[in-house]
Design a protein around this ligand. Structure first.
Ligand SMILES: *[C@@H]1O[C@H](CO)[C@@H](O)[C@H](O)[C@H]1NC(C)=O
Ligand SMILES: *[C@@H]1O[C@H](CO)[C@@H](O)[C@H](O)[C@H]1NC(C)=O
Ligand SMILES: *[C@@H]1O[C@H](CO)[C@@H](O)[C@H](O)[C@H]1NC(C)=O
Length: 845
């Protein structure tokens, strides 16, 4: 390690040292562990290496290990110490987080493995439990009887074959997968028997028994996959294979690790995959969450890295929360119970198996007498994005008549009424999904509850509500007073002011001021932008929004919220137009256009931004984002930070544009992903891994943009000496090697920059693009660092950089060189002891 260029502060070197120390500590116990393991294997192993043959058998702690040591076959223990179950299974030999890839007797556990036995019997592999009962077998009508042997292969495939002929395979575990699909295995359809291979989730994290979710290729022979609930109901499909990706899985585009292929002939059709770099361990599983998860093992970090999960949202998994359970995307726990219901099996829920659902807290009392039922049963309104599909439908004159139909039926649990159609549910309610307030696709479903439930509930609520109402009332009153003042003020200046500080335009009027939308300035992910001039000769930018799914009321609410957000580094919203599907936003016009034109295109009229300006731009954007993230009443995540969305005013003061629009478009992540596909270089890994999106996605995109500010080129199209390289990776390695920082600077600047500032920006950028969001700084920390109030430590090289962007050859770099982040220090920035005065950093405008 060259380090002469680094003027390390104590904390810096501490950080670096801790990395190395951690590496040693990590490595050594592993070695020790390995010795112990090898040693213990040898003492237990009565069998020769990777094979079971002849009269040999496997029991207790005995294992067989594949030739290269990749996979181990033996008995697995699951459950707690008082009631533990044992299974014959295969797990990774070199992954020290116990990870099973196959289980033989998943539905028939063994209680005592020392008296259980796996052996060859008449050409079959059979597993006896402690009572000498066969609980699992390869079930072949074998013809070659005792000349068969069973071999554990290094691919994870456990094969029963003829002893004399390696290619005469009688049975293999790859043909009978459990919940894991390994590289090299097929997952498809046998056209002769019409049987598909199913990957089926575990029951819960501690029980390999067959769960409710499974993946199979379309049994009708098309090239797509289905996810099924309870083997029958399909809740997700991949779309058909187009030779490169499944049409509904754009995530695969970002993937340079996996080589997928599809084979279809008269006998079978299947998919299989391999790793471009076979040293990378990877697996595809159907998780207990009902999602497909694609994972790779990070050797240096000693953890499984989740590439992505499908479907992307938890609530898309059918009936995930069980009967009377409610799935909600935006809360801490995905599952909860309907009002008046309680968790049926807290143990299962504790192990993330929600399928048992909820039960009534108070049983319904019901007789065949409508009037007494009406007194004892009440209905509670629930707003769900999906209605359970097992309803009985009938015509009904009114809501009241529909309600009566439910009351008169003692097994009726709920009803929903809409325009003459009355639906009642007499079975358990499945697949309820909490709708957001005002969501346009929401359905109201009336849940039948014992009257006592509703009484006690509403009492409790009233007290809370009363408190909230009184304080809200005061705020509302103040708000109204202000609104009135605004309106009065505005109405003198402009008759169009109606909504707070915002002008409401008619479409006709915008057509006139933009000369019928003739001057197009650009088009973003959310719609095209046109230039216009108001009668008072102020220039405006009019954005025509596309694909707004929201209703009128909610649109106005959102727009009003955006309108209240004002900051020197945010583009001001001046007004809007909302007429049916015509939705437009009116902004201040920014004479210097967007940052990308100055950075990349060298367009006529654009100037080369000098380093001082670039630094001020970086700081300004950070301030604008910090304001959005932390200072607004509701935190706003921008979701689409890129140079195109940074506008520059006459003084090159940066203004963030398009904030708040992601919310307008709605929470349809797949759409967001599709609209942003063109700018994937700015997307944080969590966009495709399916975990919740936080403000840290903006921090990530901001970091990517900082690199472009330094280099003056797109990160993805950097090329020096004819080689294409991903700039952040390259810059990070330069930073790591301690080379002259100015060598990474935009050559157009001819070295005219403050090296200390370049280094600072580079470090900040590297911290911002850390894979784990908790390791990224907040935007206000970034502001403080750039203002010189916080010291920034030397960052580690983010590990997914290479995975996402580099060519397969470079993956070696990722596996071998990525720094040991296992010891990641939580606070990646530390308050400097020599913090400068807060007033030192002047705001440009
Ligand atoms: C080995 O088995 C394969 C597949 O069944 C067969 O095609 C091949 O002829 C066999 N080889 C010998 C030497 O028996
Ligand atoms: C799944 O389907 C089976 C019948 O195929 C049924 O008996 C069982 O109750 C179903 N499971 C759930 C959780 O509904
Ligand atoms: C139904 O219940 C009401 C009130 O409990 C009672 O007055 C009425 O007689 C009952 N009717 C029948 C048919 O049982």
């Amino acid at each position: 390690m060259k380090n002469k260029h680094w003027d390390w502060k104590i904390n810096t070197s501490f950080f670096f040292c801790s990395d190395w120390a951690a590496m040693d500590v990590w490595k050594n116990p592993l070695l020790v562990l390995c010795f112990i393991l090898c040693f213990s294997l040898q003492t237990h192993l009565s069998l020769g290496g990777d094979t079971i043959s002849g009269n040999q058998s496997l029991s207790g702690k005995q294992t067989i290990v594949s030739a290269g040591g990749n996979f181990v076959l033996g008995f697995i223990k699951r459950g707690n110490s008082s009631s533990s179950n044992h299974y014959l299974g295969i797990w990774y030999g070199k992954v020290f987080v116990q990870t099973e890839v196959w289980v033989a007797n998943r539905n028939n556990p063994i209680s005592d493995p020392s008296s259980a036995e796996l052996k060859l019997l008449d050409g079959n592999l059979v597993l006896f439990n402690e009572s000498r009962v066969i609980i699992w077998s390869t079930n072949l009508n074998s013809t070659i009887s005792n000349s068969a042997i069973a071999v554990m292969n290094d691919t994870g495939n456990f094969v029963l074959r003829a002893a004399s002929n390696e290619s005469k395979i009688l049975w293999q575990s790859f043909d009978h997968p459990t919940h894991t699909w390994l590289p090299g295995a097929k997952l498809g359809l046998d056209k002769k028997t019409n049987v598909t291979q199913l990957l089926t989730s575990w029951k819960n994290s501690d029980n390999p028994a067959e769960g409710l979710f499974s993946l199979e290729v379309d049994p009708n022979g098309t090239s797509q996959y289905f996810l099924l609930w309870n083997r029958t109901r399909q809740y997700w499909n991949s779309g058909t294979w187009n030779g490169q990706i499944f049409s509904l899985v754009p995530e695969m585009r970002l993937n340079y690790l996996y080589n997928f292929s599809y084979v279809s002939n008269d006998e079978e059709s299947y998919f299989t995959y391999s790793m471009y770099d076979p040293r990378i361990l990877s697996r595809v599983i159907v998780d207990i969450s009902g999602q497909i998860k694609v994972l790779t093992w990070l050797t240096n970090n000693q953890e499984w890295f989740l590439f992505f999960s499908l479907p992307r949202e938890q609530c898309e998994v059918y009936a995930y929360c069980g009967a009377f359970g409610v799935c909600s995307e935006n809360s801490l726990s995905s599952c909860s119970c309907l009002n008046g219901f309680v968790v049926k099996s807290p143990n299962d829920w504790g192990m993330k198996d929600y399928s048992s659902g909820c039960k009534r807290r108070t049983l319904l009392r019901c007789e065949n007498n409508a009037s007494s039922n009406e007194a004892e049963n009440k209905f509670w309104e629930f707003s769900s994005t999906a209605l359970p599909d097992n309803s009985h439908e009938m015509y009904s004159e009114s809501d009241a008549a529909c309600k009566l139909a439910c009351l008169n039926n003692c097994s009726c649990n709920a009803y929903a009424y809409s325009g003459g159609n009355c639906a009642i549910w007499t079975e358990a309610l499945l697949n309820l999904q909490q709708a957001d307030d005002g969501e346009s696709s929401a359905h109201t479903i009336h849940i039948r509850l014992a009257a006592s439930e509703l009484l006690s509930k509403s009492n409790g609520k009233k007290i809370v509500i009363a408190g909230v109402v009184s304080s809200v009332g005061i705020i509302l009153l103040l708000g109204l007073v202000f609104l009135e003042i605004w309106r009065k003020r505005g109405s003198v200046v402009n008759p169009e002011v109606v909504e707070g500080s915002l002008m409401a335009f008619t479409h006709k009027r915008l057509q006139i001021v933009t000369k019928n939308f003739s001057e197009k300035m650009g088009g973003g992910g959310f719609g095209s932008v046109f230039k216009g001039t108001l009668p008072d000769s102020s220039v405006i930018a009019v954005k025509k929004l596309e694909s707004i799914s929201q209703g009128e009321k909610q649109f106005r609410t959102e727009v009003r919220t955006i309108g209240t957000i004002q900051h020197v580094n945010l583009v001001r919203l001046r007004g809007f137009c909302s007429e049916g599907t015509k939705k437009l936003l009116v902004y201040d016009y920014m004479p210097n256009g967007s940052l990308d034109t100055h950075l990349f295109h060298g367009k006529e009229g654009s100037k080369i931004l000098d380093w001082k300006t670039r630094f001020q731009i970086a700081l300004g954007i950070a301030r604008g984002l910090a304001y959005l993230h932390e200072k607004c009443r509701d935190c706003i995540i921008h979701c689409d930070i890129k140079p195109e969305n940074i506008l520059l005013d006459a003084n090159f003061c940066p203004k963030v544009a398009d904030f708040g629009l992601a919310k307008l478009v709605g929470r349809d992540f797949s759409r967001v992903l599709t609209t942003m596909r063109g700018t994937r270089g700015y997307l944080a890994p969590e966009w495709i891994s399916g975990v919740a999106i936080t403000t840290k996605v903006d921090v990530y995109s901001y970091g990517m943009m900082l690199f472009e500010l330094i280099s003056g080129k797109r990160n993805t199209e950097q090329s020096e000496d004819g080689k294409v390289r991903f700039f952040p990776t390259w810059a990070a390695s330069k930073l790591d090697a301690g080379e002259d920082i100015l060598t990474i600077l935009d050559s157009k600047l001819e070295g005219n920059a403050d090296a200390e500032e370049v280094r600072k920006i580079c470090r900040v950028a590297c911290w911002c693009i850390q894979d784990g969001e908790i390791h990224r700084p907040t935007m206000s920390q970034v502001v403080q660092i750039l203002e010189g109030l916080l010291e920034v430590n030397k960052p580690p090289t983010p590990r997914t950089l290479q995975v996402y962007f580099d060519t397969p050859e470079d993956i070696v770099f990722f596996t071998e060189l990525s720094t040991s982040q296992s010891s990641q220090v939580q606070s990646n920035v530390s308050t400097s002891s020599q913090a400068k005065s807060t007033t030192s950093a002047g705001d440009k405008s």
